[in-house]
Write a protein of this length. Structure first.
Length: 393
């Protein structure tokens, strides 16, 4: 086990936000005399993790997940509302475009200013100055005020300084996406060198390919909470599955006369534990609960499975399978069992229906309402068919 350089224990961060409402002149005047109500917003809730010496922690999640807030707390620009953080060594951060730069000062002056903030003498920064300027490729602009720099120039100078002050911990928040491709390659090489020297990094990025390649471990945040922490491949897969599941929810459609209702659909494996993630070929048990205020004769329960775009893969019903249901009334449950799910990696959308035997009355349909995540051990498209190849000798 490597020595923990960063330890976060149950870190939470609360902001107080003013409630949205009318911004009329009257409302503004009343606000001078009456305190406007505030609402609590928890950007982070009970976040715990540790990072060892020489490790790189990638932090992923959708916008608003709390990634930047977490890095800001680690950098010391925000304080947690609860929990504790322990970090050993000097921290250098590149958290947002131009953070730490004074717009009226030149690039040269900002380099020395940043060095002094990091506790380095002017002599030490003078020794590193040429390396900083050459890496940032700003020799012709270093004596210009940084307020005239482009976003790419800001990033190049900021990254060059952040690395050259030789911190023990480097925090990087998405800003590398601003630079061009050649500069990104230089940054990745520098970060690789940084890691080989036993330094610790925490990086936020939406570029899954890059963050998966450079991270020792990945922290997956969602709405301020930890949804996963572990190996890069597993966490990126979990994040992508989460995005697919969220997208699937947008495709849900519900309709029918509602003379009878499907009130709940749940899925579980052979152990009886409810879940929505299954391995390829794993048995799946489905429980469909219904409610019929009045007696309905000869009802038909059906289902279908579609891919994540809504294209049907398979469908069937009790009538086709000659399963007789004389009537339903009140609350009840019907069960469906799949010996295995033969579908490939990704999300499938499960739909359920309840209609009359003559198909003229549709009591309740829930289309694409239940996304299931399937993990297959090898690649194929659609449904798996057992086949045999013959190669002439």
């Amino acid at each position: 086990m490597k020595q923990a350089i960063i330890e976060c224990r149950d870190v939470s961060k609360k902001f107080l936000l003013q409630r949205s409402g009318s911004r009329t002149l009257k409302a503004a005047m009343l606000g001078l005399f009456h305190r406007m109500p505030l609402r609590e917003f928890w950007a982070l809730r009970d976040v715990s993790f540790s990072v060892g010496e020489g490790e790189t922690l990638g932090i992923i999640g959708a916008n608003g997940a709390g990634k930047s807030t977490l890095l800001s707390i680690l950098a010391g620009t925000l304080t947690p509302s609860a929990g504790s953080i322990r970090a050993q060594g000097r921290i250098s951060s590149l958290l947002e475009l131009g953070a730490g730069f004074h717009p009226e000062l030149t690039g040269r002056e900002n380099v020395f200013l940043w060095g002094s903030i990091m506790g380095l003498s002017r002599g030490k920064m003078r020794d590193r100055f040429d390396r900083i300027v050459d890496f940032a490729e700003l020799r012709d602009y270093i004596d210009q005020p940084v307020k005239h720099y482009s976003s790419g120039m800001y990033v190049r100078l900021g990254f060059a300084v952040a690395v050259e002050v030789d911190p023990d911990i480097l925090l990087v928040d998405e800003v590398l996406s601003v630079g061009d491709l050649s500069f990104q390659k230089k940054c990745l090489q520098r970060m690789d060198d940084f890691r080989k020297r036993g330094k610790t990094m925490l990086i936020v990025s939406h570029d899954m390919q890059t963050i998966q390649a450079i991270s020792s471990q990945i922290l997956f945040l969602n709405a301020g909470r930890v949804l996963g922490h572990g190996a890069p491949d597993a966490m990126v897969g979990k994040y992508e599955s989460h995005l697919q599941m969220a997208h699937a929810g947008v495709m849900r459609r519900e309709w029918g006369t509602r003379e009878a209702l499907i009130t709940q659909v749940s899925f579980c494996g052979t152990d009886g534990q409810a879940k929505n993630e299954f391995l390829w070929n794993e048995p799946v048990h489905v429980a469909i609960r219904y409610q019929a205020p009045h007696r309905i004769e000869q009802p038909v329960f059906g289902f279908s499975i579609a891919d994540q775009s809504g294209h049907p893969l398979y469908g069937n019903n009790t009538q086709n399978e000659a399963v007789s249901i004389p009537c339903i009334e009140g609350e009840g449950i019907i069960r469906l069992r799949f010996p295995r799910l033969p579908f490939s990696n990704g999300t499938v959308l499960f739909s359920v229906s309840l209609h009359s035997a003559d198909h003229k009355t549709h009591f309740h349909h829930i289309d694409n309402g239940y996304p299931l995540q399937i993990s297959a051990p090898f690649g194929f498209v659609g449904s798996y068919l057992p086949i045999q190849w013959e190669v002439p000798s």
